[in-house]
Each structure stands twice: as structure tokens, then as C-alpha cells.
Design a binder for this molecule. Structure first.
Ligand SMILES: Cc1cc2nc3c(=O)[nH]c(=O)nc-3n(C[C@H](O)[C@H](O)[C@H](O)COP(=O)(O)OP(=O)(O)OC[C@H]3O[C@@H](n4cnc5c(N)ncnc54)[C@H](O)[C@@H]3O)c2cc1C
Length: 303
């Protein structure tokens, strides 16, 4: 109760205060911070996916700025020798203002990444965005078959059908590439599973469909039972290493992450950075109010 209360009032706290908590989950405000953290993770045998924070923009000027930030990030990442790809949130490029402009911005980003043989993952946002993001992915996958992937959310009742509906884009040369996660947004009961067991059951069903059909999957979870379930499916279908990886968020479950790496699997860490870290942090806190207690602890520890 206490944690939930704290999480609800946090957005009204001073930013400096929230940063005490956020710094474990965000690599920093600048590209240099992101490169430093990425190199550290690479040094520990993990890949990264980089995300410039900045969702739900209000103007198309912000969309243009976000595109330019990504174009610069791609150059800096490859020139720094970091082993990583990039995650983009279409609302940061104006998807809810002008879909065509958003498509052009993300197309420019995918095209830039393709010059380095790089890869762009389209994050999945809340349900008003689902159809639009699938459509966007379809267009880009057709044009850049090896350079773009999409996220799907196990908590949405529609997801297995969505995956099946994109199966025509799968090929041996350029497999479909999905990141499978539970889903982070608050959705209605009419369209989403709410119970932990139900979400996990559908996560494993979606995963089994992908593995059976030789679709590349980023298994994005910190939930031990799901990781164990994934191990069983990987064994059952004798999935080759080039068709899957595990993914976790920066700062979350580092021990579990290490155990997955030690078990010999590829691990990719989602590394967010940027000046707009505030919205990201408060969302993470609402998702996991238990973390609010860390802020309280941090205050006391720092006097
Ligand atoms: C790489 C990656 C990319 C993602 N991309 C998207 C996306 O595009 N769209 C989307 O909707 N969602 C995305 N998510 C979020 C995802 O949907 C879940 O909300 C989140 O991963 C928590 O689910 P879980 O599978 O870890 O299971 P849970 O059952 O929620 O958590 C399992 C355990 O992990 C720990 N844990 C989980 N999350 C946190 C946290 N934030 N802080 C501290 N501990 C935590 C807790 O100890 C918990 O008991 C992504 C997640 C990952 C790992």
C-alpha cells in the first residue's frame, strides 16, 4: 500500500529526487553515458539495444529532433565499436500526429542503420498504437527485410493472431524478428489478460509458435519461471543460437541476467538514456511500486 502510494505521488516530486532512484535504470543523460555503459555490458559478454528516451511528443519539431538524435546515435555507436542495436518508440516520431511523417522518420533511421548492417527494433506501445505499429513494421520489413523487428506483448488477447498474421513476412534468409514481452501499459480487461498465470501461459504459447516456425525471438523477461519455460522450449525444438536471444532491462535482475549468460545464451540489455528520463522513470515505478521503497532508502542513506 505504502509503495503504491509513493509511486502515485512520485511524478510530483522534484526531478533531482527521482534521479536518486532512476540512475540504476538509466545509463545517463548523454550519448557518452550510453556508450560507457554499453561497453561495460559488452565487456561482460552482453549485447545492448539503445533507446533515446522521449515518448508521446506534442509537436512534429520534436519528432524531427528525435530522428536526428537517433541518426547521430547510430553513427556514434558503430564508430565506438559497441555491439548493439537500437529500439525506437514510434510515438516519439509523431505517430499519433501524422503517421506518414512518422513512417518517413523511422524509415530514415532504418536506412541509416542498414548502411552499417544494423538493426532497429520497433517497441510496442499502448493499444491505440498496436495496429499502427504493425502496419509501420510491415512496410519497413518489406523494404529492409534484415534490418527491422517488432515487439509483441503477451498480455494482449490479440497477440497470437497478430503473430500469425505477419507470418507471410517470414523467410529463411530474413526471418521475422520479434521481441516477446509481457507488456507494460495498463490495458482494459476486454482486450488483455490480467492474471499473472494467464499472461505467462500466453507468453509461452506465443514463444512456442515463434520457435516452431523459425521466427527469431528476443525473449524479454526477468521472470524466472518464464526463463525456465523458455529453456524447455529451446531444448524441445533444438533452436539454433542465431534464432533467439534473451533480453532484460538495464538495472533489473542483474543476477538472473548473469545466470542466463553463464548458461551460454545470448543476452541483450535494453539501455535507455537521454534528458527525458523523467517520464520513463515514473512509468517504471508505476509498473513496480515495490521499487518506491528504494527511493525512501536512498534518502536515508544519503542523509
Ligand atoms: C528488453 C525489454 C524490452 C521491453 N520492451 C517493451 C515494449 O516494447 N513494450 C512493452 O509494453 N513492454 C516492454 N517491456 C516491458 C515488459 O513488457 C514488462 O513490463 C517487464 O519486462 C516486466 O515483466 P517481466 O517479464 O520481467 O515479469 P514480471 O512478472 O513483471 O517481473 C518478474 C520479476 O522481475 C523483476 N522486475 C520486473 N520488472 C522490474 C522493474 N522494472 N524493476 C525492478 N524489478 C523488476 C521483479 O522482481 C519481478 O518479480 C520490455 C521489457 C524488456 C525486458
Amino acid at each position: 500500500m505504502f509503495n503504491k502510494f509513493i509511486a502515485a505521488i512520485l511524478p510530483y516530486f522534484p526531478k533531482k529526487f527521482i534521479w536518486i532512484f532512476s540512475k540504476s535504470y538509466i545509463s545517463g543523460e548523454t550519448i557518452e553515458d550510453a556508450m560507457r555503459v554499453s561497453k561495460d555490458l559488452n565487456g561482460s559478454g552482453m549485447k545492448v539495444t539503445l533507446d533515446v528516451l522521449g515518448e508521446f511528443i506534442k509537436t512534429l519539431d520534436e519528432a524531427e529532433q528525435n530522428k536526428n538524435d537517433y541518426l547521430n546515435l547510430i553513427d556514434v555507436t558503430f564508430k565506438s565499436g559497441v555491439d548493439g542495436n537500437f529500439s525506437v518508440k514510434p510515438t516519439s516520431f509523431g505517430m499519433l500526429i501524422d503517421e506518414e511523417i512518422c513512417y518517413k522518420h523511422i524509415r530514415d533511421i532504418v536506412m541509416k542503420a542498414a548502411t552499417y548492417n544494423g538493426f532497429i527494433r520497433i517497441d510496442m506501445e499502448d493499444s491505440p498504437c498496436t495496429d499502427k505499429e504493425i502496419k509501420l513494421f510491415r512496410r519497413l520489413k518489406t523494404e529492409f527485410p534484415g534490418n527491422v523487428g517488432l515487439v509483441v506483448q503477451a498480455y494482449l488477447k490479440r497477440t497470437l493472431n497478430d503473430i500469425k498474421g505477419m507470418a507471410d513476412l517470414n523467410s529463411e534468409k530474413n526471418p521475422l524478428s520479434f521481441r516477446l514481452c509481457k507488456g507494460i501499459y495498463i490495458e482494459s480487461e476486454a482486450i488483455s489478460f490480467k492474471k499473472y498465470e494467464e499472461i505467462n501461459q500466453h507468453f509461452l504459447e506465443d514463444l512456442e509458435f515463434m520457435l516452431k516456425n523459425k521466427i527469431h525471438v528476443g525473449i524479454a523477461t526477468h521472470d524466472k519461471p518464464l526463463i525456465d519455460g523458455a529453456y524447455k522450449l529451446l531444448e524441445k525444438y533444438k533452436v539454433p543460437k542465431n534464432l533467439y536471444e534473451f533480453q532484460m532491462l538495464y538495472g533489473v535482475a542483474p543476477r538472473l541476467r548473469e545466470s542466463v549468460v553463464n548458461d551460454g545464451h545470448t543476452m541483450r540489455v535494453y539501455v535507455p538514456f537521454g534528458e527525458k528520463w523523467f517520464g520513463y522513470s515514473t512509468r517504471r515505478l508505476k509498473e513496480n511500486p515495490k521499487m518506491a521503497s528504494h527511493i525512501i532508502k536512498a534518502i536515508f542513506y544519503k542523509g
